[in-house]
Structures are given as C-alpha cells and as structure tokens.
Design a protein around this ligand. Sequence first.
Ligand SMILES: [Zn+2]
Length: 152
Amino acid sequence: MRSSLIGKIEKAKRYAQEPGRVTLSSFTADFHGDNANHVISYAEGKWQCGCDFFSQWGICSHSMALQQMLAGMLPKEALASAMEPQSEEKVTVLREISREQAKQEVQQLFWSRRTLYYSDIAKELRLDLELVVDICRELEENGEVKVDESAL
Ligand SMILES: [Zn+2]
C-alpha cells in the first residue's frame, strides 16, 4: 500500500514537469487586470472576456496573456481562434452613400453627442475615414460644428 502511494507521488512529480499532458477543455477565471477584474472563460472552442475590448474584437490582452501562460495546456483551436484579429461578421463594410447623405448623417451625429472622434464617426456611420474628416472640415468651415484638432 505505502509503496504504491510512493510510486504515485513519483509519477505525479514527473507529470508535473510535462504540462503538455494536460489539455484544458474549458475553464473560467478571474483575471486581475491593471484597472479592473475581468471574468474570462474558454469553452467549446470559444473565448469570452468581460472587458470592453473583447466585445469589439473577440480578443484582448487577457485572452492573449492566458494563451501565453497556458500555451502548453490549451488545445490548438484555443490558440488559433483568438489570434485571428477579428471574427468575420465584425469586419466593417463601408457603405456607398452620396457625400451629401454622409454629410447629413455626420451632422445628425454631432447634434446627438458632445465629443466625437473622427474614427468614432467613421465606425458608427460605416464611412471612409478620409471622407469623414473631409466632411467635418467642411462643416467646421461653415461654423456648423467645432472640430478638436487633437481628435483624430
Ligand atoms: Zn479581456
């Protein structure tokens, strides 16, 4: 009895040196970030993290950090899936609308908010960033909006 337990302890020591023997199929963890704690999980081939960045990109500093920490113990798809920059449906398709139409929408956006960054406008309206900058400049010249030059 005693000798067989000693055998197990020996074996456990050896196993512990070989993390590749373990593949995590799912887990949930509390990640203590610099600014806040985030619940991050991995299950059925998918990462989930409670942080804002993840909701937009499907990847974040927390998921990437865990990929590195657990490299030897994660299944291949856990390393691959989160390394794609963003999932397909998140890719922004720019809209083809007339400049006049775009100008109206940009203007409306300015009426509804206080601070707008060019990149926010472009993302929200799904317009080309250059076009947005151009339109904002024009609106500013007409005195219709105020553009903060540091906002690019
Ligand atoms: Zn995160």
